[in-house]
Design a protein. Structure first.
Length: 269
């Protein structure tokens, strides 16, 4: 995908509307979500790992992720951003090369997370990613994910302060966006958006404010994380349970997409 896709993706963070990013786990889910009007597509590291038989948490072999990204970019026309967890290495140079491999397959954005590690390490990874991509003439939107809220890395009263301190460090390293999963309180979200020039990305949660409220609070991007994949597999498990126990088949067709519609959607353009 040409660099115009990277420019398009950047612009989506500055528009009047909140960027809604559904997270996919394979080419088929990406094609479906694009057909439903998604302006950009994101991957879920958990969804991809589970679909390939691996646990989430930097356990997915890099070659398998690259192959999945290649398959996704081969069937969509909208920009793709990839959840690369911690970059699949603690060595910033290796992370830089890993990201270049993903960009070379057509991705234009990347998520890199700090997890429970030191923020200095993520900053070093971001800096190296920017250097490595620039050396290849590749543009990349780096969305720096901090797990301060999600993992409760500091007491509740210090989470906004700690997140903003990390945001400043990551921005200085070259980050283009800030992802704060686990932040759901309106006051916290507003403090975050006011405290950093980076566009703030929230993650879907049952207690998250509505889209109009998120826009009012200054949030620029909302992603689903692994929620859609979990919902789908939960439904699949329930259907399989009923079938295996009693041979029930009627429920299999109640919410199913038609074979012709799915097959037509997957026809290469």
């Amino acid at each position: 995908m040409p660099d115009t896709a990277a420019s398009t993706f950047r612009a989506l963070h500055q528009g009047p509307e909140l960027l809604l990013l559904p997270n996919v786990w394979d080419a088929g889910s990406a094609r479906i979500f694009e057909s439903l009007g998604a302006r950009a597509i994101a991957t879920t590291s958990a969804g991809i790992a589970w679909a390939l038989g691996f646990p989430d948490g930097n356990a997915l072999p890099m070659d398998r992720l690259v192959a999945t990204v290649q398959a996704i970019t081969g069937v969509i026309r909208v920009p793709l951003t990839v959840d690369a967890e911690g970059g699949y290495s603690d060595d910033p140079a290796t992370v830089g090369e890993n990201v270049v491999r993903l960009l070379s397959e057509g991705a234009v954005g990347i998520n890199l997370e700090d997890g429970s590690g030191p923020p200095e390490l993520l900053a070093a990874k971001i800096e190296r990613v920017k250097q490595a991509s620039a050396q290849r003439g590749l543009d990349v939107f780096v969305n720096a994910r901090t797990d301060v809220f999600l993992r409760g890395l500091v007491p509740p009263e210090r989470r906004v302060e700690e997140t903003l301190a990390r945001a400043a460090r990551y921005q200085q390293a070259g980050a283009d966006g800030l992802f704060v999963p686990g932040a759901t309180n309106a006051a916290d979200l507003q403090a975050l958006t006011r405290g950093t020039p980076l566009p703030v990305n929230a993650m879907a949660r049952p207690d998250l404010p509505s889209v109009p409220e998120l826009q009012r609070l200054g949030v620029r991007r909302l992603s689903t994380g692994s929620a859609i994949a979990q919902a789908l597999w939960g439904r699949a498990g329930a259907l399989a349970t009923a079938f295996l126990r009693e041979g029930h088949s009627a429920a299999l067709f109640e919410e199913a997409s038609s074979y012709p519609s799915l097959n037509g959607l997957m026809t290469r353009r």
